[in-house]
Unconditional design. Sequence first.
Length: 128
Amino acid sequence: MPDMSGTAGRSEQAPDQTTASAVADGGVIQYEASGAWVVIAHGAYDMHSITPLASALDIAAGKHPKVVLDTSGVTFADSTLLNLLIRTHRAVTLRVAAPGPQLQRLLEITGVDTLLQTRATVAEAVAS
């Protein structure tokens, strides 16, 4: 099971079938779960803070056929994150897991929720 320290308040722990350890690349925690690559987003995302997450998703999309973005720890997102999600969606099978109220509302008012596949939990996203 990946080291999930510092993830208090998450909607769930990582799925049971994960690699033995998580990869922290640029501060972004990532791990394999049942054939999907899971990237954990946490904090606020705007044009000043998106770079580590963008790098992680770009690399993941280049190496894995399915990427799940755990957004349960996202506290704020603007169009910068939306653009990243759309770009990643175009490159790979992307599932957005556990969006909080602010992100869910942003997805809905922009219509991006009709483009992206969102799931309530990481486990559901990995399985779909």
